[in-house]
Design a protein around this ligand. Structure first.
Ligand code: DON
Length: 585
């Protein structure tokens, strides 16, 4: 070998080593060891992110990264989830929150037990049946959606602290730290955040405190890439990390909230805050084609109706009928109608009225409903006056999923209700208030913002939790982890989760395919079948001929899911809303 050839060979070899090394390093920073790459599945049209040890999937990258860091350092799934929950309150303020509420489902690897943590907001003590009615007895949606009255007593801080204390391993201070730093030092505004703030501007302009935080002086919007600092929120987070949830429910923050409420004619008092309690509940359980389903019990309607629909559909060979064929959509829509009709009548806060969970989720009941269904048959939703069109879903609620190396799983959905909730920030705290009170049924048969109707079971009462559709869900196979999923989307949440499960179990999709596939939705009232882009015209024609009124609207939901198969963990963040991140290690 002459000198020139030898030098080029050395250069070439060095280059190869460098390329291989950098590939390895970048693969490792992305959470995946190059050597672990499985064979690409040549039948898959979308490939999920995968890892071996743990994974976090959320709608915002700083939140996912903070959660993953906790896992890498040896924290468990609950540690990571609570960290994600606090970070989203800073970096994803349209839905991440301290001033809202939600639900967390946890699978504990050690015992195999699944528990449901209910930190849904509660109605303040001073609420009455008339609080949200005008002088003619009609529902005043300005009050229920856009005023200080619209806020329920927030549950998020209590719920996250409860989860960490009971099932986590790190101190609260550590779980709050990444959020605190992001609030204090700021973070670059994403395209997504900039746009959602612009969308919220109309209502926010009535709230100087919110404008002061989320817009620049003079009302100019933050451009993507500019830094958003939230000083008051950082101070609030510091107080909570030092003094625990008591700082929020009894201390300085409670005083600020109740003072603001009395100034503005709101209802939440120091007593309401002091008496707020997280509830630990038994998850709703079901089975579907040999898999075990665990989901949120009342005061969410999600789990009950998810299991009810799955039970009905189990009676039909959907796999044989085909994904999104007219026959399958027909059966799904009918199952959805039965479930949402039941929701309007039977569901509410179980601390106030017994909810027939067992009956609604039994296989016998589903079989009876199934007798009224057959491919080709459509029962119109006639008995009650039709509801209003559901409001176009805004990007408000948010879901995240976590799994750790031991098989602990967390499925968490929490919300302010609308984007940025009531758009009202409690002065000096950086806390945006929810407008969750609108999820109560203010008047029998009168639809809420999502077109959902209800009755006395969900009428507003002091201390009661308003009915929710949030459906954080965990699916096991023979007691072992299979799926963690959930989504935002108001009334569309339950049917979104349903389709993630049927897509995986009936149609053999991987988690990316199950997430990306076009969705359908029916909620009994209004009697309309909503479909996303991507369902064939032939299918739409057949469904129309069978009697459905079809509506093609916005996309539905934003599922954030993890699937475990063999030694690999796969994740998918819904592409319907950009900016999410699934990442593992
Ligand atoms: O709890 C509920 O069902 C609603 N407040 C959730 C709102 C929601 O998902 C809005 N998101 N897109």
């Amino acid at each position: 070998m002459n000198n020139f050839r030898r030098d080029s060979f050395i250069l070439y070899a060095a280059l190869v080593v460098a390329v291989l090394l950098s590939a390895f390093v970048s693969a490792e920073t992305a959470g995946v060891h190059a050597a672990d790459l499985p064979e690409p599945d040549r039948k898959a049209i979308f490939h999920p992110v995968y890892a071996r040890n743990g994974m976090v999937v959320s709608e915002e990258r700083y939140a996912t990264e903070a959660g993953l860091q906790v896992l890498r350092e040896g924290g468990n799934a609950v540690d990571a989830a609570v960290t994600v929950g606090f970070v989203l309150a800073v970096t994803f303020p349209r839905a991440g929150n301290l001033g809202g509420g939600g639900f967390m489902l946890v699978r504990l690897a050690e015992t195999g037990e699944v528990v449901a943590i209910d930190y849904r907001e509660k109605a303040p003590l001073a609420v009455t049946a008339d609080t949200f009615l005008d002088s003619n007895g009609n529902v005043d949606t300005e009050k229920s959606r856009h005023s200080v009255l619209s806020a329920g007593v927030p549950g998020t801080v209590a719920g996250l602290a409860f989860a960490l204390e009971k099932y986590g391993t790190i101190p609260l201070e550590k779980a709050i730290r990444p959020a605190l730093l992001l609030a204090k030092k700021g973070f670059p505004v994403s395209e997504n955040l900039a746009r959602s703030l612009e969308d919220a501007r109309g209502r926010m302009e009535n709230e100087p405190e919110s404008m002061r935080i989320f817009f620049k002086e003079g009302g100019e919007a933050y451009a993507p890439g500019e830094t958003l600092v939230q000083k008051d929120l950082a101070e609030t987070l510091k107080l909570i990390s030092r003094h625990g949830p008591e700082a929020f429910y009894e201390g300085e923050i409670a005083a600020k909230i109740s003072r603001f409420m009395s100034e503005r004619g709101g209802l939440i008092t120091e007593r309401d805050l002091k008496e707020y309690r997280t509830a630990l509940r038994e998850p709703v359980r079901g089975t579907y084609r040999g898999y075990e389903i665990y989901s949120m019990p009342p005061p969410s309607s999600g789990g009950v109706h998810l299991v009810e629909m799955l039970n009905i559909l189990e009676g039909f060979p959907l796999g044989e009928y085909g994904h999104n064929t007219a026959r399958t959509i027909n059966l799904m829509a009918e199952a959805m109608k039965f479930a949402y009709a039941d929701r309007s009548e039977h569901l509410g806060d179980p601390d106030f009225k017994e909810v027939p969970v067992k009956e609604l989720t039994s296989k016998e009941y589903a079989a009876k409903l199934g007798e009224r269904m057959s491919p080709g048959r459509v029962t119109p939703s006639v008995r009650i006056k039709p509801g209003e069109m559901p409001r176009e879903e805004g990007p408000d609620t948010t879901h995240f999923s976590v799994i750790d190396s031991k098989g602990n799983m967390v499925s968490n959905t929490y919300t302010l209700n609308f984007d940025y909730g009531s758009k009202i920030t409690v002065p000096g705290t950086g806390i945006l208030l929810n407008n969750e009170m609108d999820d109560f049924s203010m008047k029998p048969g009168e639809p809420n913002a999502y077109g959902l109707v209800g009755g006395s079971a969900n009428a507003p009462e002091p201390r009661k939790r308003m009915l929710s559709s949030m459906t954080p869900t965990i699916v096991l196979k023979d007691g072992e982890p299979f799926l963690v999923t959930g989504s935002p989307g108001g009334s569309l949440i339950i049917t979104t989760v349903l389709q993630i499960i049927t897509n995986a179990l009936d149609f053999g999709m991987n988690i990316s395919e199950a997430t990306n596939a076009p969705r359908v939705h029916h909620q009994w009232l209004p009697d309309k079948l909503r479909i996303e882009k991507g369902i064939s015209r032939d299918t739409i024609r057949i469904l129309t001929e069978r009697g459905y009124t079809i509506e093609t609207g916005n996309t539905m939901g934003s599922a954030q899911s993890i699937m475990k198969k063999g030694e690999f963990i796969y994740g998918a963040s819904d592409p319907r809303r950009p900016g999410g991140l699934a990442e593992g290690y």
